[in-house]
Structures are given as structure tokens and as C-alpha cells.
Ligand binder design. Structure first.
Ligand code: DX5
Ligand code: ZN
Length: 219
């Protein structure tokens, strides 16, 4: 029996109908809202920031999992906490003093996590792992929704699962990018505990049923 976390990525929602899409997630079997923040520097795309997160928070009844794809995220942690983030993840590649940034997230009252780019090895996390509520492994190059899942992810998940078990931790492993019914089960079997899905959910005919189908496939 698994109770894997499903986090629909709001990047794929209809921004002109944001409240409708937030309520869809509220009423569905999904667990978290995945919120992608992009600054046009760390990744070659700009998404949305605090006012949009605040608008989502106003209607959301489930935790906000805020994925910061921005340079020097330490500049904005308190603001993201203030507009309603419950979990904040920062890229390993985006901040020089990772330990300090994670402490800052905790001090702001949020759960802290680290994100790894596609080719950043999981071994860099060895010492910081006890401080991570979650590790997010990118299964694409971050910046855009709708990209193809990269197969090298499975091996990274397995290695990270081993590290977490060896250290006796219960850190979440979340996967982000190109997640569908074709790879979800294999990711869970490799050790993932949370899956982000944008296009697969929101571009489907019936997002609520798609979420339900994912949960069923992974039960
Ligand atoms: C991309 C974002 C993802 C994105 C996933 O950089 O981090 O969360 O929304 O979208 P899909 O599921 O369409 O690959
Ligand atoms: Zn993301």
C-alpha cells in the first residue's frame, strides 16, 4: 500500500480561470499544489510571483509546495512564506550557502527542501540530507512544462533512496518534469514519494479523473 503524494503543477493551469482550477485540485485526490516560480535568470522563462501565489492561497485547502527556480532565493524566502508557502524548495545550484538558506526557510515557518538539476549528482546532498524535509529531483531541464521525461532520473532516485535509508531518514523524494502514467509507477518503485504533474493533469480531458487514475495506479 502506498500513499504517494500527487502535486499538480499550477504552471499548466488556466490562469484566466485560476480559482476554478484551484477548486478542482481542492476537490480532487491530489495532495499538494506545486507552484513554479521562475525569474528569467536561473531558468530561461518567467512564470509568476507573490501576488499569484497569494491568490492561489486564498482558495487552496491543501499545502503549497513552492519550487523556486530563481537566483539567490535567500533574498525572497520571508516574502514567499508570508504569501502562504508551506514547503519551499531551492535549487542546489542557485544558492551559495545552502545550509543557511534552509535555516532561513525553517525560521520563516516552512518546510525546507533542495532541488537538483537533471545532471547534478545526488551525492552532493550527503551532508545536508538530515536538514531536508524533501529533495526534488528534476527529470527535465527546468524552465518549461510539457517537456519529455529523462530516463536518467530512475537511477538518481534509486541512489537517493539508498542514501536516505542508510541515514535512517524519512525525507520525501519528489520528481518534477514529464511525469505521466507511463513513468509514475517506475518512479514510485525506485523510491519516489511525491510526483509533480502539470501537462499530464491539466491538458487531460478530465483532470479530476486523471488525478484519481494516478492515485489508483500507485495504490
Ligand atoms: C518546470 C517545472 C515543472 C513543470 C512540470 O521547470 O518545475 O513543475 O510545471 O510540468 P510537466 O508536468 O508538464 O512536465
Ligand atoms: Zn516544479
Amino acid at each position: 500500500m502506498s500513499n504517494i503524494i500527487i502535486a499538480p503543477s499550477m504552471l499548466a493551469a488556466d490562469f484566466a480561470n485560476l480559482q476554478r482550477d484551484v477548486e478542482m485540485v481542492n476537490a480532487s485526490e491530489a495532495d499538494w499544489f506545486h507552484i513554479d516560480v521562475m525569474d528569467g535568470h536561473f531558468v530561461p522563462n518567467i512564470s509568476y510571483g507573490m501576488p499569484v501565489i497569494q491568490a492561489i492561497k486564498k482558495h487552496a485547502t491543501k499545502p503549497l509546495d513552492v519550487h523556486l527556480m530563481i537566483e539567490k532565493p535567500e533574498r525572497y524566502i520571508e516574502e514567499f512564506a508570508k504569501v502562504g508557502a508551506d514547503i519551499i524548495t531551492v535549487h542546489y545550484e542557485s544558492t551559495v550557502h545552502l545550509h543557511r538558506t534552509l535555516t532561513q526557510i525553517e525560521d520563516a515557518g516552512c518546510k525546507a527542501g533542495v532541488v537538483l538539476n537533471l545532471t547534478t549528482p545526488v551525492s552532493v546532498l550527503e551532508d545536508i540530507l538530515p536538514k531536508c524535509y524533501m529533495v526534488l529531483i528534476m527529470s527535465i531541464n527546468p524552465g518549461f512544462g510539457g517537456q519529455k521525461f529523462e530516463e536518467i532520473t530512475y537511477n538518481k532516485v534509486k541512489k537517493l533512496r539508498k542514501m536516505i535509508d542508510e541515514q535512517g531518514l524519512d525525507t520525501h523524494i519528489e520528481i518534477d518534469g514529464g511525469v505521466t502514467d507511463k513513468n509514475a509507477k517506475k518512479l514510485m518503485d525506485a523510491g519516489a514519494t511525491a510526483l509533480v504533474a502539470g501537462s499530464y493533469i491539466f491538458k487531460s480531458e478530465n483532470p479530476t479523473e486523471t488525478i484519481k487514475g494516478m492515485k489508483k495506479l500507485l495504490s
